[in-house]
Design a protein around this ligand. Structure first.
Ligand code: ZN
Length: 634
């Protein structure tokens, strides 16, 4: 790879466009431009994005997956590793690796650069500020990288404490559940001393402020500051990338003054319990490979599954599995054109488990037909199952999964005495009501058949009852006061950059402009001086014209460096143009081979030809209008 371009401020260097360019940046801090370029080069966008989204080959050097910025069922989120760019053709989000991290983690430009530099080993240097003062105080609390670092140090500290004499009970707890020293190490398990300030002191020595350790969720403040976790066994909760962002803490001492069996890190800017999945860092690759995820109920169950060879196991942390968790899993599970993975829940057969299953049924219905339940008849959870019957029993439990709907229907039907006619009627009515709530009408018939088999009635009878239940549901919905059901929930989905009142960029009238700019962005070296004759008037779409003007302002394609597209995007005057640039940088060219001079020339010549034709048409029309007319008004 070529060396990163040097920036010489004030020398008319192409990398420093004048004008509104810096608008998209936050200028505080001033990380050196060549360090930013190094971050862009080392932090490969496919690598960074893969921590959150499974990507598969989309041809033409592009990868695609389900967009993390809007909810979708088939992938329109494209990543082009060789250009270092992503673009979602669904919501129009796009940009380079730094903009991805900014958007995904809600960071400022500098924070995103810092976080990537940290992860990819780039030493950042800062320009001295003119007045020699340190950076201005951060208005939004401690930097994310500091919170990550604090959690990392805490994890190491706690892991070290696990071998102290005080942690005997913690080691016994693990040993009794079949976890040896090695597995404790694999999962990074630790022990929080009972003392109450041990971690606080440790992090103070490492130059962390009270504000930082509190924001990291590690320390709480009452009359004074104290460790949030005291005398507990700790599981570090990690992001898909492997960074520790919080802890789950189990009560192990009888005299623990907090009765809660489990405590978790509170909501912080890192730790969002509605999205966090314990074990995702270990499971994500196998989840992507097998399109299967196993959702268990606790930390020890995740451990037991992984150690038994079920390497796709995850668990929610202190909360029920919800729609946000479902979305996180779906992004990792992307299989073919659409989501076809399997999510397997292990429930114990008791009432709580059945309730949980019905809740899952009522949640994100995109999921229902891919949702399975693995129920251990003896009621053992995976951890106890492994302990009592060995690794193979855990693998079998998962292999014996049944579709969720069958499990739920069987439970509903099982409540009634099917030997009695009135029992069958009641069972049919309740099962039909459940089936009628399924939004995917194509599934309903199969479910009706299933009900008929379970109750022992005619399929037609079951179908008729489901139809009756559907129409009852409709009239209920009509008579019920309250907001009307939104027919299209997509309309409420978060939108990308604001819509402009401009012609569609994909309007065929602008195809040539689009294709020409794509070559300019993706293969600047091949274009060279061939565009010398092109001018802004060759671009009729205002957005394309703006992109062209940015290219000229940046010194033209012959001065492109490795982060050409990124620099152009940074200098974009508004979000619409920035989004267009990422789309142009990512979209595949309509040619199999690398574009050569002929390809470029054909575009440039045709573009100019059109401009000339337009000029002729304009002149003709003017001529017509200035021609003496038959019936002058004056
Ligand atoms: Zn999107």
């Amino acid at each position: 790879m070529a060396a990163p371009p040097r920036r010489r401020p004030g020398c008319g260097d192409w990398s420093e466009p004048a004008g509104p360019g810096r608008r998209l940046r936050d200028v505080a801090g001033r990380i050196r431009e060549d360090d930013i370029a190094e971050v862009r080069e080392k932090a490969r966008i496919d690598d960074v994005v893969s921590a959150y989204v499974s990507l598969r080959n989309a041809g033409g050097g592009s990868l695609k997956g389900l967009c993390p910025f809007h909810d979708e069922k088939s992938p329109s989120f494209n990543v082009n590793p060789s250009r270092g760019f992503f673009h979602c053709f669904g919501c129009q989000e796009g940009g380079d690796v730094i903009s991805f991290v900014m958007k995904h983690d809600g960071l400022s430009f500098n924070e995103a650069v810092e976080s990537l530099a940290d992860k990819y080993g780039v030493q950042l240097r800062r320009e001295e500020s003119p007045d020699g003062r340190p950076e201005p105080a951060r208005p939004r609390g401690p930097a994310r990288s500091r919170l990550i670092e604090a959690n990392k140090l805490a994890q190491e500290f706690y892991a070290g404490q696990l071998s102290t004499p005080e942690a005997l009970v913690a080691r016994q707890f693990l040993g009794e559940r079949g976890f040896d020293h090695d597995s404790a190490e694999t999962f990074g398990i630790g022990f929080a001393p009972r003392d109450g300030e041990a971690l606080l002191q440790h992090l103070r020595q490492k130059q962390f402020s009270e504000e930082e350790v509190v924001a990291a969720g590690l320390v709480a403040v009452g009359r004074s500051a104290y460790d949030r976790f005291r005398g507990r066994l700790l599981w570090p909760i990690r992001e898909a990338s492997g960074d520790t962002i919080g802890f789950g803490a189990r009560r192990i001492f009888d005299d623990d003054r907090n009765d809660a069996k489990y405590l978790n890190t509170p909501e912080t800017s890192l730790y969002k319990k509605s999205q966090v999945l314990y074990g995702i860092d270990l499971a994500r690759k196998d989840i992507a490979r097998s399109s299967q995820a196993v959702v268990v109920e606790g930390y020890t169950d995740v451990m037991a599954c992984h150690l038994a060879g079920v390497t796709t196991a995850v668990a929610t942390c202190g909360t029920a599995f919800g729609d946000d968790h479902a979305r996180v899993l779906r992004r990792f599970m992307l299989d073919h054109e659409e989501f076809r993975g399997e999510v397997i829940f292990t429930f114990d057969g008791d009432a709580a488990g059945q309730k949980a299953a019905i809740r899952a049924f009522e949640g994100d219905q995109n999921f229902v037909s891919q949702t399975y339940v693995a129920v251990e008849p003896t009621g053992l959870d995976p951890c106890d199952l492994r302990l009592q019957q060995g690794d193979a029993a855990v693998r079998e439990l998962v292999a014996r999964r049944v579709p969720l709907y069958r499990f739920v229907l069987a439970n509903v039907v099982g409540k009634y005495d099917l030997d009695r006619a009135d029992g069958r009627v009641d069972a049919l009515r309740e099962a039909a009501r459940l089936v009628s709530s399924i939004r995917d009408r194509s599934k309903v018939d199969a479910f009706a058949r299933e009900i008929a088999g379970m109750i022992g009635i005619d399929v037609e009878e079951a179908r008729a009852e489901v139809r009756r239940s559907v129409s009852r549901g409709r009239s209920d919905a009509r008579s019920r006061p309250g907001p009307p059901a939104a027919p299209n929930t997509d309309a409420a989905a978060p939108t990308g950059p604001p819509k402009q009142q401009l012609p569609d960029l994909r309007d065929p009238r602008f195809t040539l402009e689009r294709e020409t700019l794509k070559v300019l962005l993706q293969h600047p070296a091949q274009v060279g001086r061939m565009v010398a004759e092109v001018g802004p008037n060759d671009f009729r779409h205002p957005t394309y014209r703006a992109v062209w003007e940015l290219i000229v302002a940046a010194g033209g394609p012959s001065s492109a460096g490795p982060d050409w597209s990124a620099r152009l995007r940074d200098s974009a005057p508004d979000a619409g143009v920035a989004s267009a640039i990422s789309a142009l940088a990512v979209e595949a060219l309509p040619t199999q081979k690398e574009p050569d001079e002929g390809y470029v020339a054909a575009h440039v010549v045709r573009l100019q030809e059109l401009t000339v034709l337009r000029r002729i048409a304009g002149l003709k029309s003017r001529l017509q209008r200035t021609k003496p007319v038959e019936n002058p008004t004056d």
